[in-house]
Design a protein around this ligand. Structure first.
Ligand code: FAD
Length: 320
């Protein structure tokens, strides 16, 4: 059986959770086994996950699971995986998935494929998956052997597919440890756009912006597209933009369908976090800027001229 851990917020599933569900379903189909979902906290809306291929949704409802804790979450997922004889456990490769995957693999004595970005190829009892290595400069094929495999799936690996229908929801009784770490408060980041790891459209800018007072044109372009804003590291380091917008090797790694980079040179450390984007558009006035080598489309011009024109063209095309 393939068990997919899906996170939800009052019954709302993030796109990455639905992608993991679709990944689990396709893996289960390839193995000829059943695919079940596991989620924490009950809500009538969660049976919609059946539409993404789960044959049953196992729910663990405990006050100890109300806030994310990697130890408590991985202990609980491991207990459920053992009780259900799961041979493959799928999670999302987001911040919580990264905290869970390794721990789960140790608890289950399982092979661990972390940050995978391909569906598995079944080879006998092994699964072969692909993942990026060396800051995205190479792809490694990884063979997962043994009876149990844990896989965390990178966002945008495959689109969520509604191939199933509503399915039974089963409350699962399992003892849940009290967390040893307590979250005292949360400061939620502002802005209505999707968080960067989930965003399909990203507008990003760098030091070529000259200063934070000029960011209005980037925000307008992002608003016209319905995109999330991002930035290069020095921009966040100097406080021009908030740190959660910093993308790259030491920031958030993203795989949007469209990444527009204005006034960013394209240093290797920046590319490491964005070069898996499906389409990269670079706006830079220096024809020698390294980013042009990684770009699908390049505009060699002054961003202060191009960005407002691009925004106006998008608004016109959308009829705004
Ligand atoms: C260990 C390590 C980790 C790092 N991690 C990261 C990371 O995660 N993410 C990251 O981004 N960086 C990271 N860096 C920093 C990285 O090496 C670069 O210094 C940084 O990405 C450069 O940022 P930038 O492109 O915004 O600025 P710059 O390199 O200063 O480039 C600005 C660009 O804007 C262009 N420009 C200027 N004016 C205009 C204009 N009017 N119109 C159009 N174009 C214009 C210029 O031609 C230039 O190409 C890391 C560095 C180290 C050593």
């Amino acid at each position: 059986m393939v068990l997919v851990f899906v996170e939800h917020n009052n019954g709302n599933f993030k796109k990455t959770a639905l992608e993991a569900m679709t990944y689990g379903k396709k893996t289960a189909d390839a193995l000829g086994v059943e695919c079940k979902a596991l989620t924490f906290g009950n809500n009538p809306a969660i049976n919609s996950i059946g539409e993404y291929g789960a044959s049953e949704i196992l729910v663990v409802d405990s006050e100890h699971l109300s806030a994310f804790d990697s130890q408590v979450y991985s202990n609980t997922i491991a207990d459920i995986a053992k009780a259900n004889n799961a041979s493959v456990i799928v999670t999302t490769h987001n911040s919580s998935g990264m905290g869970i995957t390794g721990r789960l693999a140790i608890k289950l004595n399982a092979a661990c494929g972390s940050g995978v970005n391909s569906l598995p190829v079944v080879s006998g009892s092994d699964l072969i998956v692909e993942k990026k290595i060396f800051s995205g400069k190479a792809i490694s094929k990884v063979k997962l052997s043994g009876e149990v495999k844990v896989i965390s799936v990178t966002g945008n690996t495959l689109p969520p597919e509604q191939t199933g229908s509503a399915c039974p929801v089963t409350a699962t009784d399992v003892s849940v440890d009290a967390p040893k770490v307590k979250v005292i408060s949360h400061d939620k980041q502002s802005g209505g756009a999707l968080p960067l790891p989930e965003a399909e459209l990203v507008v990003s800018a760098g030091r070529g912006m000259k200063g934070p007072e000029n960011w209005g044109i980037i925000e307008e372009l992002a608003a016209a597209l319905g995109a999330t804003t991002a930035c290069s590291r020095p921009v966040a380091d100097t406080g021009w933009r908030p740190h959660h917008e910093h993308v790259g090797q030491t920031g958030v790694a993203i795989r949007p369908n469209l990444y527009i980079a204005a006034g960013i040179s394209g240093a290797i450390q920046h590319l490491a976090g964005v070069n898996s984007s499906k389409c990269i558009v670079v706006i830079n006035k220096d024809p020698e800027a390294p980013f042009f080598k990684a770009a699908d489309y390049g505009v060699c011009a002054d961003l202060f001229d191009v960005v407002p024109k691009l925004t106006a063209a998008i608004k016109k095309a959308k009829g705004n």
